[in-house]
Each structure stands twice: as C-alpha cells, then as structure tokens.
Design a protein around this ligand. Sequence first.
Ligand SMILES: Cc1cc2nc3c(=O)[nH]c(=O)nc-3n(C[C@H](O)[C@H](O)[C@H](O)COP(=O)(O)O)c2cc1C
Length: 193
Amino acid sequence: MKVENDNRKITILWGITGSVGSVNIPNYLSEIMSKLNCQIITIMTKASQNFLSPYIVELITGRSVYRDMFLSIDGVKVPHIDLTKKADVFIVAPASANSLGKAANGVCDDLLSTSFIAYNNSIIFAPNMNEKMWNNKIVQSNVEKLKSFGHIIIEPGEGIAISDGKANRGAMPGTEKILHIIRDYLEHRSLDQ
Ligand SMILES: Cc1cc2nc3c(=O)[nH]c(=O)nc-3n(C[C@H](O)[C@H](O)[C@H](O)COP(=O)(O)O)c2cc1C
C-alpha cells in the first residue's frame, strides 16, 4: 500500500501490542483521525495480530502496517529508524505488560521494542491488562522506571475483564482521554522547541 506522506499533518506513530484491548483499536484510530489533522502510522507486534487483523488497521489508516523489522516496505528501508524519525508523537495503545517491560529494560527484539530505543523523546503508553498483572510488582516497577525516564503512562481505568466478566482495573482509557493527552503532548513539545 503506497500512500504519499502528507507533511502538513501531524504524524502519529502508534504501537499496538498483544493486549486484549487491541480489539477496540479500530474505533480509536478512526475517531482520532476524524478529530485531529493527522496521519497514523502503525506498528503491530506479532501477539497483537491474534486480536486484531492488520488488514482492518490498513483499511482505517490508509497505510501499511509495519510488523517486521527486516522488511522494507513503501520506501521505508529501516523501519525502526525511518518511522521514529517521522513521528511527532509516539503512542503505544494498548501497551501489554510484556512491551512495558521491554521498554523499561531496553530489550529490542522486534520492530516495536527496537523503535522505543530509536526514539529519543517521551513515549505515551496506555497499559491494558488484567488487574492481577497490573498490580504485579515487576509491572509496577517497570511503570515507575518508564516514568522516571520521562515517558508518559496513562493510568488504566475500571472495565470489565474479558477473562471472568468481573470489574477490573486495567482497562484502556477512552478515546477522548487519549486525544487530550496527544494534544497536550504536542502543545508542550512545540513550546520546548
Ligand atoms: C486471551 C489473551 C489475552 C491477553 N490479554 C493480555 C492483556 O490484556 N494484557 C497483557 O499485557 N497481556 C495479555 N496477554 C498476553 C500477551 O499477549 C503476551 O504477553 C504477549 O507476549 C505480548 O506480546 P507483545 O508485547 O509483543 O505484544 C493475553 C494473552 C491471551 C492469550
């Protein structure tokens, strides 16, 4: 899928990981694209593709989904370098426990985690997982570490866990909240420049 880069628009680099909340990401992408003058470039982890078809993401964003570090597509030769260079904002939603751990500890074994290291700005993470996972000390310590490096963590809210249908703290924030945080990030970034 070849779509020209539109330099007038804000470029959002959006990482999608293997959290169950990724099933709702098409709604987030279309709503944010309708409210913000932006182009959204997506990176999907292997695990996320069990929950969400890259085809749907391509239909909504009008762009190829990047999922392989060693694949050059649409003239993007080295995706982790080229995509992060283009990004005005880098968001990971949903962010799995695994990807938070990789980001906090510098593990770069796939395209998304390597992009974390190639991006020298704050990344916005929207963690999404079962409450037991969220409360795990290792996850909490990784979250604190990410905050200490200047990354932005959107605290998960209350939702219904898919595993047992019970109330659960670990749900994705709503689109409005994500949009608000992206706008806020862009505003402060331009003030810094
Ligand atoms: C049905 C199912 C639901 C899952 N939901 C979540 C989740 O909501 N959050 C999470 O952190 N991991 C979840 N996992 C586990 C992740 O998919 C797994 O840790 C994976 O390695 C994450 O890889 P990634 O970070 O590269 O996407 C789930 C696994 C399964 C089988």
